[in-house]
Design a protein around this ligand. Structure first.
Ligand code: RP5
Length: 166
């Protein structure tokens, strides 16, 4: 049934992606949005990918956040098998600093969209915020929490730089 306690699926290609993807989870925790986390590799567990992507909507998910690095097929392959919105997070890699992941995820040919975020931690955090924004379209309480989150962020920004502060 759609709209249950876990509207967001956070999937990733490897355990090694969790250090990045946990930032999406942290944002969703702050906003009180339910999510499930899974390792789903497009090339190491292809059958798991097909089962997850084809069943994600029936499971009750409304938004999918997919993080992957290198030749990062996971977000695009997932998007090809579900009508749900898919947000892709390019995980930073050692060899090419995540540029490989970014180009793999962002350059989807027309017809199957993946909303692609920035490389690494910022992208994961923003994927969490974006997923919450989508859900907030039909959830006034969540919309209020999101407004409050932004107000608190704004309040933390001082008017001028202070020497010695990073
Ligand atoms: C991709 O390969 C994963 O998304 C990960 O970013 C990358 C490296 O995976 P590991 O070799 O660390 O498992 O499938």
């Amino acid at each position: 049934m759609a709209g249950t306690a876990k509207p967001v699926a956070i999937i990733m290609g490897s355990q090694s992606d969790w250090d990045t993807m946990k930032h999406a989870a942290e944002i969703l925790d702050e906003l009180g949005v339910g999510y499930d986390t899974r390792i789903v590799s497009a090339h190491r567990t292809p059958d798991r990918l097909v089962a997850f992507a084809k069943g994600a909507k029936a499971e009750g998910f409304q938004v999918i956040i997919a993080g992957a690095g290198g030749a990062a097929h996971l977000p695009g392959m997932t998007a090809s098998m579900t009508p749900l919105p898919v947000f892709g997070v390019p995980v930073e890699t050692k060899t090419l600093q995540g540029l490989d992941s970014l180009l793999s995820i962002v350059q989807m040919p027309a017809g199957i969209p993946v909303g692609t975020l920035a490389i690494g931690r910022a992208g994961a955090a923003n994927a969490g915020l974006l997923a919450a924004s989508v859900l907030a379209l039909h959830d006034a309480a969540l919309a209020a929490r999101l407004d409050d989150w932004r107000s608190r962020q704004t309040a933390k920004i001082g008017p001028a730089p202070i020497t010695g502060n990073a």
